[in-house]
Design a protein around this ligand. Structure first.
Ligand SMILES: [Zn+2]
Length: 133
């Protein structure tokens, strides 16, 4: 038997297994479903207790301390105030350079690294410590 010519083959739709498309989807078999996932294990994470430091060890940044006035565990509130070092530099710069650039001597008063750090309690407002530069 001769194979069909090109015209005959192109006129006829390809023989598709239509039955496969009309077949219903496989029935959902509940027995095949995976068992319910167990609840995730509850991780018990214990936070390490924060350890307050002594007020004498407060430096240029806020620190966790126990206020000696109200006995609360607080993070100290800091304010920066120009200290002795800043004023000394201010005087030195004033004597050396303020003839050239006025206001130059005020820079040490604005530099945070030259300022004293005043720690106070945010609960009761009492001063805790002054870290001098
Ligand atoms: Zn306090």
């Amino acid at each position: 038997m001769d194979p069909p010519s090109y015209e005959e083959a192109s006129r006829q739709p390809p023989a598709l297994p239509i039955a496969a498309f009309n077949a219903p989807p496989p029935a959902y078999d509940a027995s095949l479903s995976s068992p319910p996932t167990p609840p995730p294990p509850i991780a018990v994470v214990s936070q390490p207790q924060p350890v307050p430091i002594a007020v004498e060890y407060l430096r240029g940044a806020p620190g966790l301390v126990r206020c000696p006035h109200c006995s609360h565990l607080v993070t100290s509130k800091v304010t920066h105030v120009p200290g002795t070092a800043a004023w000394c530099w201010c005087v030195i710069l004033a004597m050396e350079y303020c003839m050239l650039i006025c206001g130059f001597c005020l820079i040490p008063l604005m530099v945070q690294g030259m300022q004293d750090t005043h720690h106070s309690c945010p609960q009761c407002g009492n001063p805790l410590h002054v870290h001098k530069r």
